[in-house]
Design a protein. Structure first.
Length: 402
């Protein structure tokens, strides 16, 4: 039988065990001191990274766990998964809430519980495809930036001992709106670092995470549909388990205003077409390379008659906002590579200019109140705030591909 975790270890991360185990063991007492008997709120906790974070912290026995996510079905599956896992500690005070963290009912819940010791926010638009037009751009910025500030304002009423918000490697020298939104998010949370400790992490693609291209390989195979993948895009990958461990280590061991990232070497990068080929071969198929999506779709009909030749279309990337390479920090940032074995740390980040952030928020709010706002207007506002933001616009979206 196909085992996804073993496949990821063998063909994607090429590690038999998590690269973070040594740091977890070396800091087990410190992690226990931070988590044991603490109240924890995880926002976006039913997603791939949020749920992995939950599984990473539960062995350290927090006294309560509240999980908030707008995906009611995913929350139900998270609960079934936790309850069905042998040896998994689940606190008696465990409550999954299907609600929006920017809603009034969330505020009532937060205040009624008297706040939380640890707050981790994983709610985010994380795909470059979420910037196809002005409406998707507004939704992305509302979630990643504007509503994130609303949450931070609420937390100042009852400050947590630790606050963590997930960032992305694409925040370093961003070329897409998603990456730029996360870079702005870093400034926003750091602006509150005089109220409570804030930390974040930039990290690689999470192999086979919800909504990712590799996860789509599974769905395509189940439906005997062709597979499409870029052949020229190299990416760093971590396993789902590793993604949660990165966030736990960053949240619990990080100092105020620090950014963590995995210490991966360029040789560990993978292309999506190689992952797709290994995935199909692991399932007993021979890859049949086609010259277009249309040709692959036509050839896929033969799969239903028992053909073991699986049609794929591998091609160069030509969509907006696609970064040719991955990086975790910029040359202007100070980096500590000696603290942890598996993680580097961006240090010496200063409290950002709050007046500049307020000005950015005022401009974004004003432009979104207009009926005829354009994507170009929003990019201009973001570029004025982030001088190193060089948006790559090709006029093509991932939604135009298989």
């Amino acid at each position: 039988m196909f085992n996804l975790d073993k496949f990821i270890n063998k063909y994607v991360t090429k590690r038999e065990e998590s690269m973070f185990l040594a740091d977890i063991e070396a800091n087990r007492d410190g992690l226990s001191d931070k988590i044991r008997d603490k109240s924890v709120l995880v926002i976006g906790g039913a997603g791939s990274i949020g749920s992995s974070f939950i599984k990473a912290i539960l062995p350290f026995k927090p006294t309560s766990l509240v999980v908030v996510d707008i995906n009611e079905n995913a929350l139900a599956e998270l609960t079934r998964d936790l309850r069905s896992t042998k040896g998994m500690y689940v606190p008696e005070d465990y409550v999954p809430y299907p609600m929006n963290f920017a809603s009034f009912v969330f505020e009532k819940m937060f205040r009624s519980r008297g706040g939380f010791d640890i707050v981790a926010n994983f709610s985010a638009h994380k795909h470059v495809r979420s910037e196809k037009d002005i409406y998707s751009v507004e939704a992305l910025l509302q979630n990643n930036v504007l509503q994130a500030k609303k949450l931070l304002d609420l937390l100042t009423e009852i400050p947590p001992k630790e606050y963590f918000c997930v960032s992305t490697d694409k925040a370093a020298n961003p070329v897409n709106i998603m990456g730029a939104s996360k870079r702005i998010m870093e400034d926003v949370i750091f602006a509150y670092s005089d109220k409570f400790p804030v930390k974040t992490a930039r990290f690689a693609n999470v192999a086979f995470s919800n909504g990712s291209l590799p996860a789509g390989f599974i769905a395509r195979l189940q439906k005997l549909q062709p597979i499409s993948a870029p052949s020229d895009v190299k990416r760093y990958f971590v396993s789902p388990e590793e993604s949660g461990q990165i966030c736990m280590l960053s949240c619990m061991l990080g100092n105020n205003r620090e950014i963590f990232f995995p210490r991966l070497e360029e040789a560990q990068m993978m292309t999506f077409d190689k992952i797709a080929t290994a995935f199909l071969e692991e399932h007993g198929y021979e890859v049949l390379e086609c010259n277009s999506d249309e040709e692959a779709i036509d050839k896929a009909v033969e799969l239903k008659t028992g053909s073991r030749k699986y049609p794929v279309h591998y091609s160069g990337s030509n969509t907006s906002g696609e970064k040719a390479f991955e990086e975790f920090y910029t040359y202007s940032e100070t980096v500590d590579l000696g603290r942890l074995k598996s993680l580097g740390v961006v240090t010496d980040k200063q409290i950002p200019d709050k007046a500049k952030i307020d000005g950015l928020f005022e401009k974004l709010t004003t432009v979104f109140e207009k009926d005829c706002t354009t994507k170009e207007e929003v990019i201009k506002i973001m570029s004025d705030y982030l001088p190193n933001f060089e948006h790559i616009e090709t006029g093509k979206s991932l939604d135009s591909k298989m």
